[in-house]
Design a protein around this ligand. Sequence first.
Ligand code: ASP
Length: 295
Amino acid sequence: MYMNYPSVLLIYTGGTIGMIENPATGTLESFNFDLLLNHVPELKRFNYRISSYQFDPPLDSSDMEPSLWAKLVKIIAYNYDNYDGFVILHGTDTMSYTASALSFMLENLNKPVILTGSQLPIGTLRTDGKENLITAIEIAAAKNSDGTPIVPEVCIFFENHLMRGNRTGKINAEHFNAFRSFNYPPLAKAGIHIKYEPHLILKPDPSKPLKPHYLLDTNVVILTLFPGLSESIVNSLLHVPGLKAVILKTYGSGNAPKRNGLSGRLKKLSTEASLLSISLNVLQELWRWKGMKPV
Ligand code: ASP
């Protein structure tokens, strides 16, 4: 009966959107996903086939990790041919990390994968969860007149904005606009209508099959530079056993202090200790591959 209706797989990982207040303790606890759907009866008004998969137990997104990203990739890859799009309900704290990781793990993605969540639990009166969920589902199912998906990429939809997932960061824990897309404009804005910006949306090659990646190497450290960063801390980080890569968060357009010998030490390590040095060329390759432009 549902054969020709748009179809969406809803994957519930956890987060505030699925919490409810325990009347005895006043604390927020996760509740069953079926109950969550009871709080959004509007979903029944969609002429869509909506199926769901839930993480058991649901996670606070601070517990998200690469093995769970691999699990998400597996769920999407396994169900890829059976749905028009995917919506992932996720806690806001690490949603940008998950969106970024999935955008690289789902190579040749040709269908929408939309992450969303909320600042207020879906059972509360002023929740932002309902709108976020309903619009995310609509975007995941949206098609062009030729039947191709409008947004074939990994995105975050939050508070009226559809953003490229790997350009986002959480900027707000107090207000409904929790995310911002840095260095890339929103792909769509939801008002009375959802206004897409087709020229900003990726156009993947539909002839290429989805190539899911499951393995991520976690022997990586992020070194954030700040005035006063001590030499001993840098040294201990750079000598962690098994370390394969150092990502430097530098100043301005890539500047680092010249006086404490940091660049010399990194150069030495990258040649002697087979540290993977990510050069600007490699980054530019990645940017090209994901259709991004360095700004
Ligand atoms: N701590 C929650 C989480 O990230 C916050 C949220 O869902 O917004 O899972």
